[in-house]
Write a protein that binds this ligand. Structure first.
Ligand SMILES: C[S@@+](CC[C@H](N)C(=O)[O-])C[C@H]1O[C@@H](n2cnc3c(N)ncnc32)[C@H](O)[C@@H]1O
Length: 325
């Protein structure tokens, strides 16, 4: 239905259905992962809501500008990270308006993946970069300067790569001869370190995912974004999170567990964990919503997507002492 910039947003029909189901027809919606603007555009087209789009990538601004031309004061864009949402909304007093939904569509965009100069793809020849914000430490620095142990830990912890040790060993051997500069070079080094025939999924997939997650501090960022949703969503407002792999999904699930009072929240190691806290969110999707077979046929990338939805209750935030307005 939505072909803004010829980009097919994942699970957008299901998100629109839920906005409708929870009677979110006006007020403010935060699109925390603006990307190519697919979600923002669909929401602006199908509701009377205002949309605040956030994205850390400076390259998305040109797409945001197009949407601004179309929707003027119903749309605002902020080139900010999840960890800056709290500060941005607080400083500008945007939080005075009722924030009725906050939506995260995690991971990289097609814009990032398909541009070889960004260095996200192991299929395109590009520099080892992978920085969504185009600031900070690059994949090159990690690959060429981190110890073998540190590299193994990154590949294992963020990519579940069972051959993390042999991959890191191979990297260290290669970089003794010359620095590893390109994505294709790195992908080949990774593939050679992993035994067995070529699989359906490229052998470089997990290590590339791990490096990207580390470079962009993705899990910490996500956690901070979710905390902002608890703080700013109005009572009965909804949180929608689309994740693409188990690490992201686990952060969302654990966050919601804590907000249910089901998981113990450790405020300090010197204090006993707080228990029996009131629930700040009611989980709407006991099991995540998955894309339909039709959607997967049209958009292969959607095959691993999982959408979780939770509704903000009237109770105080568990992470920060705020009540939903
Ligand atoms: C999968 S894309 C979103 C696509 C978007 N829903 C659409 O329909 O066009 C994810 C976007 O989130 C952004 N992003 C990822 N982590 C972020 C963070 N911590 N803070 C802000 N933006 C982030 C990326 O830069 C990327 O543009």
């Amino acid at each position: 239905m939505n072909n803004f910039l010829e980009h097919v947003p994942v699970l957008i029909e299901e998100i629109l259905e839920n906005l409708n189901k929870f009677k979110i027809t006006d007020g403010v919606i935060i699109d925390a992962t603006f990307g190519l603007g697919g979600y923002s555009n669909a929401i602006l087209e199908n509701t009377n809501c205002h949309v605040y789009g956030f994205d850390r990538d400076p390259e998305v601004r040109k797409h945001a500008n197009k949407l601004k031309e179309k929707y003027s004061n119903r749309f605002h864009f902020f080139q900010k990270k999840f960890s800056e949402i709290d500060d941005t909304l607080s400083r500008k007093n945007y939080s005075r308006k009722k924030i009725k939904a906050m939506i995260f569509d995690l991971g990289v965009s097609n814009l990032q993946l398909s541009k070889k100069s960004r260095g996200f793809s192991f299929k395109l020849d590009g520099p080892l970069d992978m920085r969504m914000s185009k600031k900070g430490i690059k994949a090159f620095d990690i690959i060429n300067h981190y110890s073998q142990e540190k590299l193994s830990n990154i590949f294992y912890n963020f990519g579940d790569e069972t051959f993390s040790r042999s991959v890191s060993k191979n990297i260290i051997q290669f970089r003794k001869i010359k620095p590893i500069k390109s994505t294709l070079e790195l992908a080949e080094i990774i593939r050679r370190a992993i035994p067995g025939k070529r699989k359906k999924i490229d052998k470089a997939t997990k290590t590339f995912q791990a490096i990207r997650m580390f470079v962009n501090d993705e899990l910490n960022e996500l956690h901070k974004g979710l905390i902002a949703s608890e703080k700013f969503l109005t009572c009965d407002g909804i949180l929608c999170a689309v994740s693409f792999h188990s690490k992201e999904d686990k952060v969302v699930k654990n966050f919601l567990k804590i907000c249910q009072g089901k998981s113990k929240l450790f405020i300090s190691k010197f204090l006993p964990p707080e228990e029996n806290l009131p629930r700040s969110f009611e989980i709407i999707t006991k099991k995540p919503i998955l894309p339909s077979i039709d959607e997967i046929k049209i958009n292969h990338k959607s095959r691993s997507a999982k959408l979780r939805i939770a509704k903000r209750t009237k109770y105080n935030s568990i992470f920060k002492n705020n009540v939903a307005a």
